[in-house]
Write a protein that binds this ligand. Structure first.
Ligand code: HEC
Length: 103
């Protein structure tokens, strides 16, 4: 399957995930990871995620600063979340990924 189609399919899944966010407020990093759709595109064993659109976070082991920058700005096929997640939610998911990648 061409990369573009995979991204679009994952985006649609991510957007569908966003719709359900209004009924449940995501606060912990783990909740944000699941509800924001990160799991659709990324592998992170600790979150039970095995998405293959973006890099495998267990292998990448990004620092919280790297996750924050990427989640805020997006890029390279990943959407920016600055408008959809609060600063607190971005901080929570960044700390969650940095603490759990590779475990
Ligand atoms: C639609 C698919 C998609 C979604 C949803 C998504 N990502 Fe990504 N992500 C990507 C792609 C593709 C890349 C690779 C970007 C690149 O190569 O520049 C990436 C890159 C990353 C990186 C690596 C940045 C770096 O500098 O190496 C991190 C960390 C990351 N994403 C975290 C997240 C988190 C946390 C979420 C949820 C808030 C998320 N992603 C949601 C597709 C996605």
């Amino acid at each position: 399957m061409p990369f573009k189609i995979i991204v679009i399919a994952a985006l649609a899944a991510a957007l569908a995930g966003c719709g359900s966010k209004s009924t449940r407020s995501a606060s912990s990093g783990e909740d944000v990871f699941a509800s924001a759709g990160c799991a659709n595109c990324h592998t992170l064993k600790a979150a039970g995620a095995n998405g293959r659109v973006g890099p495998d976070l267990d292998q990448l082991k990004p620092t919280a600063a790297v996750v924050t920058r990427q989640v805020e700005n997006g890029g390279g096929g990943m959407p920016a979340f600055k408008g959809t997640l609060t600063a607190a939610q971005i901080k929570a998911v960044a700390n969650y990924v940095a603490a759990n990648a590779g475990k």
